[in-house]
Design a protein around this ligand. Structure first.
Ligand SMILES: [Zn+2]
Ligand SMILES: [Zn+2]
Length: 116
C-alpha cells in the first residue's frame, strides 16, 4: 500500500474480529437464530442462503461466537448509512477515502448487497 507523506496519525486499533467495519446490533439483543445467521440481524426475517450477506464472525464479551448475516435489503440500507456516517467522521476519509480500509470493506459489503 502506498505511504503518504502526511504526518503520522493516532494509531488505529489493529484489525480483529471486534473491529469489523459493519456494525451490527449488540449480541445480547439478538436471538439465537440471528446469532447463528439463520435470520437477518436487523429485520429478523428468515434468510435465503443464496441471497444474504455474511457480516463476519463476531465474538461476544462472554466469548460466545456468532455468525451474523443479513438480508440484502437491510445490508444496503444499513451499510450505506454507516458509510455516510463513517466518511463524515473519519479523518482518513476526509483526507483520502481510497486509503481507508474501513471504507473499502463497507463498500465491498454494500456492493455484495446490491449484486444479490
Ligand atoms: Zn433484513
Ligand atoms: Zn475512513
Amino acid at each position: 500500500m502506498a505511504q503518504t507523506t502526511s504526518p503520522p496519525r493516532t494509531v488505529e486499533p489493529a484489525a480483529n474480529a471486534q473491529a469489523l467495519p459493519v456494525h451490527v446490533p449488540p449480541v445480547d439483543e439478538l436471538t439465537e437464530a440471528q446469532l447463528r445467521g439463520h435470520r437477518c440481524v436487523w429485520c429478523a426475517n428468515p434468510l435465503d442462503p443464496d441471497r444474504c450477506i455474511d457480516l463476519g464472525e463476531r465474538i461476544a464479551e462472554d466469548g460466545y461466537r456468532c455468525f451474523p448475516r443479513a438480508c440484502t435489503i437491510c445490508t444496503v440500507a444499513m451499510v450505506h448509512a454507516q458509510l455516510v456516517e463513517h466518511s463524515a467522521t473519519c479523518e482518513q476519509c476526509v483526507d483520502d477515502g481510497t486509503l481507508c480500509a474501513e471504507t473499502a470493506e463497507l463498500r465491498r459489503t454494500l456492493r455484495d448487497g446490491r449484486r444479490l
